[in-house]
Design a protein around this ligand. Structure first.
Ligand SMILES: NC(=O)c1ccc[n+]([C@@H]2O[C@H](COP(=O)([O-])OP(=O)(O)OC[C@H]3O[C@@H](n4cnc5c(N)ncnc54)[C@H](OP(=O)(O)O)[C@@H]3O)[C@@H](O)[C@H]2O)c1
Length: 292
């Protein structure tokens, strides 16, 4: 197992990369930082980080390199000048992106004679370092075991998913898929309340309870999906389709743009056409497996 104070390099100092670097500094790691736009490294240098002015210098400074650029492609592009320095080191990526992008980066890193672990931070920058903050990793298990104590500095809920280097990217996207639809729904609700002179803040307590209800039914839906048995619905596809008219009525009354509902309603109708009208709403999973 690696010493708790493994020197670490963080490449990419946007909102997330800066939070990662700050957590390592706080935990007492010798932390070297690099960013394409050098000025973003200055606050971290003031906190005790070593500011590398070239990416080669940054890579050469530590056995463990954490990358948090916007994309996998950008990560390869930025690392091109530092390939010689990468040999024998370990690179852990913590950006979001597609599983294909993660596989491409993994292959590229291994091709430079370095080891690779693909990770993802499932939270916002301000949560980095907290006990229940979730980060997951996929790839070389020996790398995970060796650096787990260091990686736990970034979040106490640190999970190893398996040997495939793209697993963190896959779970990141699979889990993250709820974010935009859920938030747009919340924003629509806020707009409907404001149309009546009410504050968005007045619904937060109720929305929170609503999300708790959604949490509570996820294991039930997952079980239905894994067994492909949708025949004992608590809420059927037809029930959701009946609600479509209510969306339209509220949109009209509150003068809202509710066009974002249309693809969801189309999906419900395709489920009915496929014979899932009286099945559980989780049967939409089957429709999603068959792109129109
Ligand atoms: N912020 C969040 O809430 C959050 C949460 C979970 C995951 N993430 C993921 O973490 C990653 C970084 O997010 P962020 O919020 O830190 O983004 P950000 O604030 O926009 O920072 C992006 C970083 O990537 C660098 N970069 C992009 N393309 C580059 C290139 N071709 N060469 C060199 N550097 C390049 C930027 O350098 P410059 O400063 O020079 O432009 C900057 O350091 C993303 O994949 C994001 O999805 C973010």
């Amino acid at each position: 197992m690696t010493d708790h104070h493994t020197p670490v390099t963080v490449l990419g100092l946007g909102s997330m990369g800066s939070a990662l670097a700050a957590a390592f500094i706080e935990a007492g790691h010798r932390t070297t930082v690099w960013n394409r736009t050098a000025s973003k490294a200055l606050p971290l240098a003031a906190q005790g980080a070593v500011h590398a002015t070239t990416i080669t210098e940054a890579v050469a400074a530590s056995p463990l390199i954490i990358t948090c650029l916007t994309t996998y492609e950008g990560t390869i592009e930025a690392l091109e000048p530092a390939t010689a320095a990468l040999e024998g080191r370990t690179l852990v990526s913590l950006n979001s992106g597609s599983p294909a992008g993660a596989r491409e980066l993994a292959e590229w890193v291994l091709g430079q004679g370095a080891r690779y672990l693909g990770g993802a931070v499932k939270n916002v920058p301000s949560a980095v370092g907290a006990e229940d903050t979730l980060l997951y990793y996929g790839g070389d298990k020996t790398v995970f075991d060796e650096f787990a104590p260091t990686l736990r500095v970034l979040g106490g809920d640190t999970v190893y998913l398996g040997a495939d280097p793209d697993l963190a990217a896959l779970y990141e996207m699979a889990v993250g898929g709820t974010l935009l639809p859920a938030l747009v729904g919340f924003f629509q609700g806020a707009a409907a309340l404001q149309a009546r002179g009410l504050e968005a803040a007045s619904m937060v307590r109720f929305s929170t309870k609503w999300f708790e209800m959604i949490n509570s039914v996820l294991p039930i839906f997952a079980d239905e999906i894994d067994r492909a048995d949708y025949t004992k619905p608590a809420s059927s596809v037809n029930l959701f389709l009946a609600g479509a008219a209510h969306d339209a009525a509220l949109g009209k009354e509150a003068n809202l743009d509710i066009t974002w509902h249309k693809p969801f309603h189309d999906l419900l109708e395709r489920a009915v056409e496929a014979g899932h009208g009286n099945h559980s709403i989780s049967a939409l999973t089957e429709v999603l497996k068959n792109p129109a």
